[in-house]
Design a protein around this ligand. Structure first.
Ligand SMILES: Nc1nc(=O)c2c([nH]1)NC[C@@H]1CN(c3ccc(C(=O)N[C@@H](CCC(=O)O)C(=O)O)cc3)CN21
Ligand SMILES: CC(C)C(=O)C(=O)O
Ligand SMILES: [Mg+2]
Length: 285
């Protein structure tokens, strides 16, 4: 395989200037991260969406710092050139800046990621600034911010009215000013996302935010339909149907064991007669 240079935040900013789209996919474990790197993604996001797609919660709120560290470590072990960003979980960066920094430090040190992502705009600028001072690259996240779902009132498209669009742009600029190296725009109208993308010098990474962002991100399990027959969301394209493949492979396994077709002779070990004889103290003695 072609040798790739490690991805970093300077290259990502340069890609924006050159108009080269950034490709990001989430991953939460070693084999998926390996496959994502082999497929050539620029960055992996260890998203707190792991709460939904891996742990079976109905939101991202129950995900803990320990969960994020555990999954980030597995991803970090898998990659050599891919940039790894990990989500800061719900309520781990909203107390004092000191507490936030101590949590962020744990995710970087123990989770082995290269950057952290945080949801929010101007209100988190002080934490973003403190991170950047400490050498931690920060990715922002605006629009639909799932950790605030109870305040937003649902997983709704953002930036529809001129006032909402203005607020999003102001928040994006606040994040850029605070030193964020990129910003995710989630479930934002095409027009608003394009405007923000144009106004910022740092890359925008869209999910359900149209085709004019500087890059795109999707949840691994959505892109590959690695689930038990959920209805795909409007902003998702299904590139493979891993769920069907897993179900059919496993049902064949069940059938073959029931029919005593598996394990076959080629999957079976045999010892020397003497070994078996002495083990069971049989007639030979
Ligand atoms: N599997 C998965 N994929 C995600 O993209 C994702 C998660 N989980 N968990 C965390 C957040 C939550 N997200 C969500 C969840 C639901 C919708 C949703 O129901 N969207 C509707 C459109 C809503 C509207 O029209 O306003 C859709 O049909 O796409 C969108 C994003 C995005 N994130
Ligand atoms: C959807 C992306 C942007 C995310 O935050 C996640 O996967 O948790
Ligand atoms: Mg997230």
């Amino acid at each position: 395989m072609e040798k790739r240079k490690p991805m970093n935040i300077l290259r990502m900013k340069k890609m924006k200037q050159e108009g080269i789209p950034l490709t990001v996919i989430t991953a939460y474990d070693y084999p998926s991260a390996k496959l994502a790197e082999e497929a050539g993604v620029d960055a992996i996001l260890v998203g707190d969406s792991l709460g939904n797609v891996v742990l079976g919660y109905d939101s991202t709120l129950p995900v803990t710092l320990e969960d994020m560290i555990y999954h980030s470590r597995a991803v970090a072990r898998a990659v050599t050139t891919t940039f790894v960003v990990a989500d800061m979980p719900f309520m781990t960066y909203h107390g004092s800046v000191d507490t936030a920094l101590s949590n962020i430090g744990r995710l970087m040190r123990e989770g082995g990621c290269k950057a952290v992502k945080m949801e929010g705009g101007a209100e988190i600028a002080p934490v973003v600034e403190a991170c950047v001072k400490a050498g931690v690259p920060v990715m922002g996240h605006l629009g639909l911010t799932p950790q605030s779902v109870n305040q937003i009132g649902g997983y709704l498209v953002q930036g529809k009215t001129p006032e909402q669009a203005e607020k999003l742009l102001a928040d994006a600029k606040a994040l850029e000013k605070a030193g964020a190296f990129a910003v995710v725009l989630e479930l934002v109208t095409d027009e608003t996302a394009a405007k923000i993308t144009e106004e910022l010098s740092i890359p925008t990474i869209g999910i359900g935010a149209g085709n004019r962002c500087d890059g795109q991100v999707l949840v691994f399990h959505d892109a590959l339909q690695y689930s038990s027959g959920e209805r795909p969301k409007k902003f998702v394209k299904t590139y493979a149907n891993v769920g069907d493949q897993i179900r059919s492979g496993l049902s064949q396994y069940v059938e073959e064991v029931k029919a005593r077709q598996f394990p076959a002779e080629e999957n079976t070990f045999h010892g020397e007669r003497e070994t078996v004889g002495s083990l069971y103290g049989s007639s030979k003695e």
